[in-house]
Design a protein around this ligand. Structure first.
Ligand code: 15L
Length: 273
């Protein structure tokens, strides 16, 4: 099975590419950055996936050596930015990839959405995938819009899409919030692999976290696709809780988006001269 991974030189991308290769996938990497040392996949494309012509050319080149089965779209700015920058980074890139998928009959996409699509949801019970979108930033707005675009293409064309609202992807949890939001490296690979191999997911939204004892998000939708996380942030709780609870910890515990909800992240939508 062949997969194109965007953002392949990034922090999630390098882990996911290596993990998919280990699981027998033929991996092609795409990134604005050059091929990183240690990339164990096959072809590499140094391309901006907001450039629809460049993306179309990548699909044509890949097709020359056999069919492409899936796309894993991880490329994006992983932080807050102005609205136009966000829309290009999350929505335009997704649109360029979806158009190329339709043109080349590629039927599966995994999309790295984010918990910030619902980040403004107050912390109370376990948040499931039925809650309405409630972004905490323009970054979250971009993720909500990209999820909507995926839904449109699933409804119109022969495309299956899994959008994973990823929590905190880190080698290990570092804060109290991470005890609830952590996604381990190994679980990230399990999640992507399950999303690419689940039979007929249609359009699915899942939460991308490990099997954390203190999870804020419901793992049920992911489990329904075969994502069985094996790690639990609780193993790190003793070390993290040895530090006294800070004001930041308290603020971060108020909404599921944590720090992104705070006024530090308020900014105008448009950068004006
Ligand atoms: C994300 O989606 C961001 O890309 C990352 O920078 C973290 O803020 C993470 O969420 C999180 O919520 O911890």
């Amino acid at each position: 099975m062949r997969v194109l991974v965007t953002g392949a030189a990034g922090s999630i991308g390098t882990v996911v590419c290596a993990g998919l290769v280990d699981r027998g996938w033929q991996v092609a990497g795409l990134d604005v950055a050059a091929e990183p040392e240690g990339f164990t996949g096959g072809a590499w494309f140094t391309v901006d996936c907001a450039d629809a012509d460049a993306v179309a050319a990548v699909f044509t080149e890949l097709e020359d050596s056999g069919p492409l089965d899936a796309v894993v779209h991880l490329a994006s700015i992983p932080d807050e930015a102005s609205l136009p920058v966000i829309l290009e980074s999350h929505v335009v890139t997704t649109g360029a990839l979806l158009d190329a998928m339709v043109a080349h009959s590629v039927s599966r996409i995994f999309y790295a959405s984010s918990n910030h699509a619902v980040g403004r949801t107050p912390r109370s019970d376990l948040v499931d995938t039925e809650v309405p979108p409630r972004p905490d930033t323009f970054y979250g707005v971009g993720k909500v819009a990209a999820e909507a675009l995926l839904r449109l293409y699933v409804d119109r064309y022969s495309v299956d899409a899994v959008a994973a609202r990823i929590g905190s992807f880190l080698p290990q949890p570092e804060t109290r919030r991470h005890l609830s939001t952590w996604l381990s490296h190994d679980d990230a690979v399990r999640m992507v692999h399950a999303s690419l191999t689940a039979p007929d997911p249609g359009f699915a939204v899942i939460y991308g976290i490990s099997a954390n004892t203190r999870a804020w998000w419901d793992l049920e939708a992911g489990r329904a696709l075969g994502y069985e996380p094996q790690d639990d942030a609780e193993s790190f709780a003793a070390t993290i809780e040895r530090r006294p609870e800070s004001e930041d910890d308290r603020v971060e515990a108020a909404h599921v988006g944590g720090p992104f909800v705070t006024e530090t992240y308020y900014r105008p939508a448009l950068d004006r001269a």
